[in-house]
Write a protein that binds this ligand. Structure first.
Ligand code: NOJ
Length: 560
């Protein structure tokens, strides 16, 4: 068994805040930092150890903060730097770390650098971005943006195009320019010196583009990705950031890494040689493709086998070598109960899904509202949406000839706006999110049943289950440091795995079925000798090795 290194970032769990929809503290209908400050005790009560803020910097909000116009200022609609410092202090007093989102692949077109860059080739900021001449009447190459559409925008004054791998207003930085890398290092120091405890690095694997920007394999979405994902200088730039800045602080980093595989990830996160490790963890997407292909808009039927293969592969390949970042939800993913669970069994499947991923090896991330089992809102009309990626997707599908109704069906299921509705705090007006007449965005109608206040009072709520689960994880090193072995891989109903650590064993059983399923203990297990430590129906041990699992049942046995 490989030796496993202990570290604080491995033992913690993280709560993600998407501020705009978290809690409104000043009554203008928009979530803000005062709102976050008022909920620090709640966050602490979950048993998490850190907060990750999706971007709260100054931004025109074309992509809700992922288009930054000033890396050193707080967006005025969210508050001031003093509000942020109050959160930092308040969090630290409570033993909570604070992780910032670092978006360095691109800036907003409203960033001063970009405005300067528009002034022409002689301006020192011109080369901060990726400007190229077109090819005749065509853009410099055939790359497509991640938000469907072309990746190049023409500027008539300069007679040049600039690259944007996301929205038109998100201009890709030229990381090959050492001045840009110096800016990035300064931004990192600015926040680390203030006391933040780490970064989630947005699409970090896109920051180095292949020299000459060659045409990509012709695909309707993300064409060119073989030339901008894990590009030629990615490792070198990450090493530079690490050597010169990050390694000087006791912090954690997690890089967002589309298209990542565990073998490739080890190049960046291998912990066996600390000089080579440039990130602590990576968010991969493979397990989020159990009901879609590449993007949540290309939907397929949910496949448990696909989910298990992806998750188990990361578990076994990284064990003793690198560390997993575990998640099922964030601001880009529709709500997990509505995807891999079942809204008819909201409570049961919500708890089962929580158990399934939090009992694996890695640092768990929990997205706001996930802990109370919020579900997709499924807005029926296009003009009700606010997400730029949703509109870009609609437009491309329309161009490809899909009828409106069929596109809307996809959008209702797959839009990121499903995850961006205000957190449901109470069953009262505006779900307790704001005292304003109108919140900035639609609130899911189910707030009268699904809200924090009611969940607090119910010992069997999803909320209280998350607390129990996170406490169990914290108190039992086997959940953090144990190895991983899957059972019944061929089953398309059950996900069953064991963990082993210092002579102890954990058996995790998760049913993804809405019917009764027969369960038989894997070879070598005598269930009568174990203790049921977690369960979403009861924690009763019949002592039998064969029993029925109820819809979406989960049961965790500990053998000491
Ligand atoms: C990934 C972020 O999570 C997403 O919300 C954003 O739209 C893109 N990166 C672009 O920054």
């Amino acid at each position: 068994m490989p030796e496993i290194k202990k570290n604080w970032y491995k033992e913690m769990s993280v709560y993600q805040i998407w501020t705009r929809s978290f809690c409104d503290g000043d009554g203008d209908g928009i979530g803000d930092l005062k709102g976050v400050l008022s909920k620090l005790d709640y966050i602490k009560s979950l048993g998490v150890d850190a907060i990750w803020f999706s971007p709260i910097y100054k931004s025109p909000q074309k992509d809700y903060g992922y288009d930054i116009s000033d890396y050193r200022q707080i967006a005025p609609e969210y508050g001031t730097m003093d509000d942020f410092k109050a959160i930092l202090d308040g969090a630290h007093e409570r033993g909570l770390k604070v992780i910032m989102d670092l978006v360095i692949n691109h800036t907003s077109d409203q960033h001063e650098w970009f405005k300067e860059s528009l002034k022409g080739e002689d301006n020192p900021y011109h080369d901060y971005y990726i400007w190229r001449k077109g090819k005749g009447k065509n853009p410099p190459n055939n790359w497509k943006s991640t938000f469907p559409g072309p990746a190049w925008e023409y500027n008539a004054d300069l007679d040049k195009y600039y690259l944007h791998l996301f929205a038109v207003e998100q201009c890709d930085l030229n990381m090959d320019n050492p001045a840009v890398r110096n800016e990035v290092k300064d931004i990192m120091r600015f926040w680390l010196d203030m006391g933040v405890d780490g970064f989630r690095e947005d699409v970090i694997t896109y920051i180095s583009k292949r020299e000459g920007l060659p045409n990509g394999f012709p695909l309707p979405v993300a064409c060119g990705m073989e030339h901008f994902t894990c590009g030629p200088h990615l490792y070198e730039y990450l090493q530079e950031f690490n050597d010169e800045v990050l390694s000087k602080y006791d912090i954690m980093t997690v890089g967002e890494a589309p298209m990542m595989t565990p073998d490739l990830a080890l190049k960046f996160i291998d912990e066996r040689d600390s000089k080579k490790q440039v990130l602590k963890m990576m968010f991969n997407f493979q397990h989020m493709e159990a009901d879609c292909i590449i993007t949540s808009f290309i939907t397929t039927k949910f496949s448990l086998k696909k989910l298990k293969s992806a998750m188990s592969n990361w578990q076994t390949k990284l064990y003793g070598k690198g560390w997993n970042a575990l998640y099922l939800e964030n601001h880009d993913q529709p709500r997990i109960i509505s995807r891999y669970g079942n809204e008819k069994y909201r409570v049961e499947s919500g708890k089962m899904l929580a158990t399934m991923y939090i009992c694996q090896s890695g640092t768990p991330f929990i997205y706001q509202g996930q802990e109370i089992g919020m579900t997709n809102i499924r807005l029926p009309e296009l003009d009700m949406y606010v997400d730029v990626a949703t509109y870009d997707t609609y437009n491309i599908c329309k161009k490809l000839g899909f009828p409106h109704k069929s596109i809307m069906k996809r959008i209702m299921k797959a839009s990121r706006d499903n995850a961006r509705t205000p957190v449901q705090w109470t069953s009262g007006k505006n779900a307790g999110f704001t005292t304003a007449d109108k919140p900035w965005f639609y609130i899911n109608d189910n707030y009268t049943e699904v809200n924090v206040e009611d969940a607090e009072k119910d010992p069997n709520s999803i909320l209280n289950y998350y607390r129990k689960l996170l406490k169990f994880r914290k108190e039992n090193e086997i959940v953090i440091y144990g190895d991983f072995k899957e059972h019944y891989h061929e089953s398309d109903k059950l996900y069953v795995y064991e963990r082993n650590y210092e002579g102890k064993k954990l058996l995790v059983i998760c049913s993804f079925s809405d019917r009764i399923e027969r369960f038989k203990a894997p070879k070598g297990f005598d269930l009568a000798k174990g203790k049921v430590v977690l369960g979403n129906y009861d924690c009763f041990n019949s002592g039998f090795d064969t029993f029925n699992l109820r819809p979406y049942e989960t049961k965790v046995f500990l053998f000491e």
